[in-house]
Design a protein around this ligand. Sequence first.
Ligand SMILES: [Zn+2]
Length: 177
Amino acid sequence: MRIDPHNTAVTPLDFYDYPITHSLIGAILWSCALGLTYTVLKKDKRAALILGLVVFSHWILDLITHRPDLSLGLGGSTYVGLGLWNSVPGTLVAEFGLFAAGIILYTRTTTAKDRIGSIGFWSLIGILALIYVGNVAGPPPPSASIIAIAGNASWLFILWAYWVDKHRRVKSSADQP
Ligand SMILES: [Zn+2]
């Protein structure tokens, strides 16, 4: 991809060729890869199916938000995308709405075991919200390689979320008032 300040109202990035990560067939392959890996490692088919569907949901969400830049196959010239990113208000409602729904769902079904599970969790939520606001309201990034570095650094958030989740537990009926 390359920097293109007015590619859509929301994102200053032109995703012009990324079939390995963002084609329909690529998304299906990545979803199967995680599902099968999880099945082999953990022998839990139900959880593996859910994880595979979670990976695939990325493509569905991108289909809603991107302009038509998602290819169906690894080659070819058919591109799809419903273009929610052409509307800033629509994007903010949908993306903050999903973020809030995720937080509500997670905090209703889990509870902190200790301070890492509470303070660590809410710090992660705060940082993610700040980065999101910076992405939407800030200037375009200076170069594509900065985005590559930031993209790879986002693995740290996955480790952070994993660490926090180990310090929370699923609520039981005894937790209800
Ligand atoms: Zn994507």
